[in-house]
Design a protein around this ligand. Structure first.
Ligand code: UD1
Length: 418
């Protein structure tokens, strides 16, 4: 068990290099099961979600080798279609493996996936999509069992633009017979990144980034070297941190257009933001104004994965804000912890009503999920006095070298073993 100890109040100055997107790397890793060629993925974040996905790939018989910040996966020896339940419980993205494992073995078995406890997070759209491609599915004793003789392309209309379901169906369809059309597909940048990766290994996918994706099945895929897109949520977290603490930071190697919804809101708050190609510079030296209201939406709307961090910012802005969470039912679990730090927040249904206070005060708080945990760290950095953040294994799921990067910006934060 580890925790962070933070002495708040330092302004943040300097540059932070943004890691490859967690939400790109995970489905790309799942996609490596589709090919016998060697795949080298570059600038991979050192986070536990990636480590767990690599462990699952090893259990499937794939060979994975770390080479600094890169990972080389060789799936030519893959020989197992069962995803171990302990690892599936650790990682929601393990569900993406259904698409690639069924494509490779015509069988797949997985326990219901885990991940952050932020709401119901069903997988019905994933399963309905796979059924449309010819997969027979039975659900028994907490396991999902899939089998098929042949995968056949089809038209699939998603009830809502689920990121995971879109990716899973893309993976299953890449080597299916004929053409698959996904309608009402998710439009997140990570979907386009998965498309680009799949095309690099020889797939025929088009339309990602729009609501309609077309996949023409191919017989064979090969290897490649691939650099995934930067992590827009990591970049956003550091920018919000600098807005809260004050100072001037540069997020380097970011794609500003992928977080334009956040950049607009931070500018509306009163932050000065300059964009120079892949660098986002944020400068702030004063208490910010509230943004009045903000709601999470599928891309290109405001990302649910930045909701907690942005709410932490609203807590110390001047005036009232209303934050509405439209994607996940229980994504305000961090609120009682922020209240321990002096925040004035009332949650009613999907809305958090925030009354700005001058400052957070240091406290001992517990992270219950990844992004909520990041929000608590940012609050600790901006607070008067000392904070302890427990439960940081949740934060390790998505932020590589988090405290190291923050210390480089001038924060006083250390990781200690409890
Ligand atoms: C992905 C991201 C996560 C992000 C989320 C929304 C990864 C690894 N994770 O999660 O960080 O917060 O997108 O941007 O990429 N839904 C159903 N049935 C389904 C699937 C989803 O009803 O079968 C609902 C969910 O309950 C939720 C909404 O669809 O309300 C969006 O979920 P989805 O886009 O699937 O999120 P994830 O893929 O789990």
């Amino acid at each position: 068990m580890e925790k962070y100890i933070i002495n708040g109040g330092n302004k943040l100055y300097g540059s932070v290099k943004i890691q490859s997107s967690k939400n790109s790397v995970l489905p790309i890793l799942a996609a490596t099961v589709l090919t016998d060629g060697k795949v080298k993925i570059l600038n991979v974040p050192h986070i536990s979600d990636v480590k767990n996905m690599v462990k699952i790939l090893s259990c499937l018989g794939c060979k994975a080798v770390y080479d600094g910040d890169n990972i080389i996966i060789d799936s030519s020896s893959a020989d197992c279609f069962e995803i171990p339940s302990a690892l599936a419980h650790e990682l929601r993205s393990s569900v993406f493996l259904l698409g690639s494992v069924i494509s490779r073995f015509r069988y797949a078995k997985i326990a219901y996936p885990g991940g952050c406890d932020i709401g119901l997070r069903p997988v019905d759209l994933h399963l309905t999509g796979l059924k449309r491609l010819g997969v027979q599915i039975t659900e028994k004793n907490g396991y999902i069992l899939c089998k098929c003789d042949k995968l056949r392309g089809n038209e699939i209309m998603l009830d809502c633009p689920s990121v995971g379901a879109t990716e899973n169906i893309m993976l299953a369809a890449v080597k299916a017979e004929g053409t698959t059309i996904i309608k009402n597909a998710a439009r997140e940048p990570e979907i386009e990144d998965l498309q680009n990766f799949l095309n690099r290994i020889g797939a025929k996918v088009s339309g990602a980034g729009s609501g309609t994706i077309r996949i023409d099945g191919v017989n064979k895929l090969e290897g490649c070297e691939y650099l995934p897109i930067p992590d827009r949520i990591e970049a956003g977290t550091f920018l919000i941190g600098a807005a809260m603490c004050g100072g001037e930071i540069t997020a380097e190697g970011a794609y500003p257009e992928n977080i334009s919804s956040l950049i607009h809101k931070l500018t509306e708050n009163g932050c000065k933001i300059h964009i120079n190609n892949d660098k986002i510079v944020l400068e702030n030296h004063k208490r910010l104004a509230s943004v009045k209201s903000i709601e999470t939406q599928p891309y290109p709307g405001f990302p649910t994965d930045l909701q907690a961090q942005f709410t932490a910012l609203c807590c110390i802005c001047e005036g009232h804000s209303i934050v509405t969470e439209n994607l996940f039912e229980t994504r305000f679990k961090y609120v009682p912890e922020l209240r321990k730090m002096g925040a004035d927040i009332t949650v009613i249904d999907r809305n958090a009503f925030v009354r700005g206070v001058e400052k957070f005060k240091g406290a001992t708080v517990v992270a219950n999920d990844l992004r909520g945990g990041a929000a608590l760290v940012l609050a600790g950095l901006a607070a008067d006095g000392r904070s302890e953040v427990m439960g940081i294994s949740h934060i390790d799921r998505g932020y590589g070298s988090f405290e190291y990067k923050l210390r480089n910006l001038g924060a006083d934060i250390v990781r200690v073993t409890v």
